[in-house]
Design a protein around this ligand. Structure first.
Ligand SMILES: [Zn+2]
Length: 164
């Protein structure tokens, strides 16, 4: 049985939804109205990240010590990765879960949701842009050896011994 969402909490979340929608539109991404009450019912009052913790609509925001259980409008695919603001990409999450997944040290099943194609491209790019010359300097790729029988070798001997 889904718990009731108190009117004050609904109003606060609706306001947050409008603000997130505006911010998303400013980024030039799709931004459509999402029913907070609809999300609440669909998620049965549970956190959408996958932890299934019951959301507590009575928890209020505190700037000094943000409460873990504060409910936020979360974007499953982060907007930094071109995530949209619409029914498919918006969920109600606990603040702690949202913070965990938005941070650099993502862990847990929910972070897989946010392992986006964009991130994969970035990771690939970071390995591809390694400079092979730097590897050589670091001695990781052996320089080709000059054979003692080669002309180059004999030439270099002549230079060192001063013979012409
Ligand atoms: Zn969660």
């Amino acid at each position: 049985m889904t718990p009731q969402l108190p009117v004050e909490a609904l109003e606060r979340l609706e306001k947050a939804e409008r603000r997130q929608r505006r911010e998303t539109a400013k980024r030039g991404l799709q931004a459509l109205p999402v029913s907070v009450l609809g999300l609440w019912l669909l998620q049965r009052g549970l956190c959408g990240c996958g932890c299934d913790t019951p959301l507590n609509p009575l928890v209020e925001w505190d700037e000094k010590s943000p409460p873990d259980d504060f409910i936020v409008i979360a974007h499953v695919l982060a907007r930094g990765s071109r995530g949209t603001h619409d029914r498919k990409n918006v969920e109600l999450w606990r603040h702690a879960c949202n913070k965990r997944d938005a941070g650099p040290d993502t862990s847990g099943a929910a972070s897989v949701k946010r392992f986006t194609p964009d991130m994969q491209r970035k990771l690939l790019a970071s390995t591809e842009t390694r400079d092979p010359k730097k590897w050589q300097r670091a001695g990781k790729i052996p320089q080709p050896k000059v054979s003692k029988l080669s002309r180059e070798y004999r030439k270099s001997l002549k230079v060192y011994s001063g013979k012409t």
